[in-house]
Design a protein around this ligand. Sequence first.
Ligand code: AMP
Ligand code: ZN
Length: 464
Amino acid sequence: MLKVYNTLGKKKQEFKPLHGKKVGMYVCGPTVYGPGHIGHARTYIAFDIIRRYFEFSGFEVKYVVNLTDIHDDMIKRAKEQRITIFELADKNIALFFKDLDALGIKKADVYPRVTEHIEEIVEFVKALEEKGFAYATDDGVYYDISKFKDYGKLSGIKVKEQKTGTRVETDKYEKDKVQDFALWKKQKQPDEPAWDSPWGKGRPGWHIECSVMSSKHLGEQLDIHGGAVDLIFPHHENEIAQSEARSGKKPFVKYWLHSGFLNVEGQKMSKSLGNFIEIPDLLEKHDARAFRFFVSGLHYKSRIDFSEKAMEKVDRTLEKWDLFVERLMDIRGEKENPEAKTLVDSTRKEVVAAMDDDFMLPNAWAALQKMQTAVNKQIDSGKFGEGNAKQVLDLLKELNQFLGVFKFEKEEQELSKGQQELINQRETLRREKKWSESDKIREELAKQGILIDDTTDGTKWRKA
Ligand code: AMP
Ligand code: ZN
């Protein structure tokens, strides 16, 4: 039985979608005023694994991630770069998709853009006004949180203890202030992007987009809504207030899932601290698969502390998995070891049990690591045949449907004639136990970018 931790109610619950095997899943997407950073990468990898695990478990998922292409930050950045917000968005969205691809993240079914949903947003705000949940002022339209009795049910924030009737107009929100928030903002400067509306020319506030676009693409009630913990208050609290007020249906979202934040060397990423890492910078230094491996090793709710040191460790563990897979692919011979099937079956069970328990990836990896050690021992003692290797590989391929970290094709690699000769010479030297001479050749090959591993199956090489 699959269980998920629901922020709404703060409990683990059995996962039962609203409509049979169909899952409607929405995750808050990026504000596309610059390239994505590694915090985004963390959140989208975490939800990619969750989405793919639902599919692995037989659910049919429709996955929607919005793109925030109108926002105070978009306007400011576009002005700085002397381009339109649309050009700025196009540029960063293209980059975002490229990064997602490199990180092995499966595309969402829909990536709705706010500026393509202005009509629906105006309709939604009008409905809230008609129902008495919104009021117009000189500068826009605001949501009156005192009218929504359930306000605070997600985050636990208490409305009574706070002064309501105060308003927040910008796209920046204070974490502990309960305030009426903007649904529509009137244009202030003639060069600000603006659309017609019953309240005059203007643009939507930030929270309304997710209520509007989720209902348009997934219906008024969703199975899963995700985002990182920073969005619980006020963003997600406000989404509930908007959506439930409009539809009258409860709950807007059956399961709220929140991923943990990524910090860098123990500190929140920020431009002023100079520890802000954009995805393209990360990918210059590390294999994208290694970052995915890093994230997939941790529970999605846990905080991640990114550091070069941690990444180096991950690089080495991933390399061991790559070598393990290659080793399995190289095994030939008829030998049959009945223990292999038992091992594969019990590992699969352990991984599924771990994932069914709110996607407990550390436990899944512990089971896989245990299997890797046991299989390596069996291969070392010559007990493994091609059939056995295939059983292990088939399991890894199956689990890779949601893990997405194993690589099964050998890269097309070629050695130059000279390099092959050096390797042959080195093997002869090793047979003659001439270690220091053989080490010299290893160093020479390393200089040429060829790394040597001496395994029980003989010498293996790979490109650095
Ligand atoms: P933003 O572009 O800031 O609107 O964020 C887009 C998505 O990434 C949201 O789901 C955020 O919660 C998430 N996010 C932003 N910063 C981080 C971070 N440092 N760690 C993890 N997730 C983040
Ligand atoms: Zn959102």
